[in-house]
Design a protein around this ligand. Structure first.
Ligand code: GLA
Length: 383
C-alpha cells in the first residue's frame, strides 16, 4: 500500500509540477558572436567558417568580447540508418568535430543550428523525434550554442517542443546556450526564460533601414516591436531582435552605426552577420566599439525603454549599473534633427561614438544634432 501511494505521489509530481526551469547559468550577459545566415544563407562550408573564426581574432572582435561562431542552416543533409544527423560531406569534409576543435583552438566557441520541427527552414532534417540523439551528438562535437528554429512544426505545441530540446541538452551534459527561434509567434517572452537563454521576438531581419517585404523586416520595424518587451528580459534570458546587419550592403554607414547602437540599448544578443574577412575599418570600428558594447553587456541586464516619442525622433533610456544610464537619441527621418534631453542630475555625459565628454548647457539640457537615420548615444553618470 505504502509503495502504491508513493508511486501515485511520484506520478502526480511529474504531472502537476511544471516543466523545470532552464537554470544552465549561461548567457548572464547577452551572447556575442557571428552567424552565417544574414550574409551567406545556405552557402556555408568549413572553409568559410574557419576563415570567419580567423577573422574574428585578427579583426579584434574576439578581444572586444565576441565569442560564438555559429553555422546556421544547411550544414546538414540527411540522417543515416541509425538516425544520426549527417553533415554535408562536400562542404564539411573534415567533419563537424574537427571544425569545432578549430574554433576552440582560436579561443572561441562553436554554435550550430537545428529546428524543432521535422525539417529546417531550408528543408534539411529537423530534430523532431531525434532531440536526445542530436543533443548527444552536439555535445560530442563540442557545440557551445544551439539556435533552434520553428519551421515544419505541423501541429506541435511550441513550448513543449522547445522544452524537449532543453531537457535533451541538459541530459547531454555539456553547457550549451539555447537560442529559441519561433520569430515571436507564440510570445516566447512569456515562457522563454524557463526554456532558453534567448528568444527571437520577430520575423527575420533584412539589411534595410525602414521597410517591410518578403525579404524580412527593416531595422526600424524590428525596433518598434521591442517597445514593451523589456520587462521579460534579464541575465540568462534575453529578447533577441535578430542578428546584426551591420556592414551588409543595404545599410549606409550611419544606419549600421544606429542599428548597432539600438541593439546595444536593447541588451540584444550581438551576432554579427557580415563578412568579417573583408569588412572595412569603419565597420570594424562599429562592431568593436568598447564603450557601446559595454552598454549592451552591462551586468544589470536591463533593456532600454522608449522614454520619448516625437514621431520622427525618439529618446531611448537604458538603466546601467553604477548609478548611470545610457541614452540613445534616434532620428528616424531623412533630414538632420535636433534632439534634446533634460539631464539635470548628470555628473558626467559621455558621447560613446565620439569618445569624449560633452558639456551641457546652463539649463542642464543635452541638445544634439542627429544626422538622418542616425543615433547619438551617450552615457550619463548621475550625481
Ligand atoms: C529562419 C530563421 C533565420 C534563419 C533561417 C535559416 O528564417 O529565422 O534566422 O535561421 O531560418 O533557414
Amino acid at each position: 500500500m505504502k509503495r502504491f501511494i508513493l508511486s501515485i505521489l511520484t506520478l502526480l509530481f511529474f504531472v502537476v509540477v511544471p516543466a523545470r526551469a532552464l537554470e544552465n547559468g549561461m548567457a548572464l550577459t547577452p551572447p556575442l558572436g557571428w552567424n552565417s545566415w544574414n550574409r551567406f544563407g545556405c552557402d556555408v562550408s568549413e572553409k568559410l567558417i574557419k576563415e570567419m573564426a580567423d577573422a574574428m581574432v585578427t579583426s579584434g572582435m574576439k578581444d572586444a568580447g565576441y565569442q560564438y561562431v555559429v553555422i546556421d542552416d544547411c550544414w546538414q543533409v540527411r540522417r543515416d540508418d541509425q538516425g544520426n544527423i549527417v553533415p554535408d560531406p562536400e562542404r564539411f569534409p573534415s567533419g563537424i568535430k574537427a571544425l569545432g576543435d578549430y574554433i576552440h583552438s582560436k579561443g572561441l566557441k562553436f554554435g550550430i543550428y537545428s529546428d524543432a520541427g521535422t525539417g529546417t527552414c531550408q528543408n534539411r532534417p529537423g530534430s523532431r523525434g531525434y532531440e536526445f540523439q542530436d543533443a548527444r551528438q552536439y555535445a560530442a562535437w563540442g557545440v557551445d550554442y544551439l539556435k533552434y528554429d520553428w519551421c515544419n512544426h505541423s501541429t506541435q505545441e511550441v513550448k513543449s517542443s522547445y522544452a524537449i530540446m532543453r531537457d535533451a541538452l541538459k541530459a547531454a551534459g555539456r553547457p550549451i546556450v539555447f537560442s529559441l527561434c519561433d520569430w515571436g509567434l507564440e510570445e516566447p517572452w512569456k515562457w522563454g526564460a524557463d526554456i532558453g537563454n534567448l528568444w527571437r521576438t520577430t520575423e527575420d531581419i533584412t539589411d534595410c533601414w525602414d521597410c517591410t517585404g518578403l525579404a524580412g523586416l527593416g531595422v526600424m520595424q524590428i525596433l518598434d516591436l521591442e517597445v514593451d518587451l523589456g520587462r521579460f528580459a534579464g541575465p540568462g534570458h534575453w529578447n533577441d531582435p535578430d542578428m546584426l546587419e551591420v556592414g551588409n550592403p543595404g545599410l549606409s554607414l550611419e544606419e549600421s552605426r544606429a542599428h548597432f547602437s539600438l541593439w546595444c540599448m536593447l541588451a540584444a544578443p550581438l551576432m554579427a552577420g557580415n563578412d568579417l574577412r573583408t569588412m572595412p575599418p569603419e565597420i570594424r570600428e562599429i562592431l568593436t566599439n568598447p564603450e557601446v558594447i559595454a552598454v549592451d553587456q552591462d551586468p544589470l541586464g536591463r533593456q532600454a525603454v522608449k522614454a520619448r516619442d516625437y514621431g520622427d525622433t525618439e529618446v531611448w533610456r537604458k538603466e546601467l549599473s553604477g548609478h548611470s544610464a545610457a541614452y540613445g537619441l534616434l532620428n528616424r527621418s531623412d533630414t538632420p534633427k535636433e534632439i534634446s534631453v533634460p539631464l539635470r542630475s548628470a555628473k558626467q555625459v559621455r558621447d560613446l561614438w565620439k569618445h569624449q565628454d560633452l558639456r551641457l548647457s546652463a539649463d542642464g539640457v543635452l541638445r544634439a544634432n542627429v544626422p538622418a537615420h542616425a543615433v547619438v548615444m551617450v552615457k550619463v553618470v548621475r550625481e
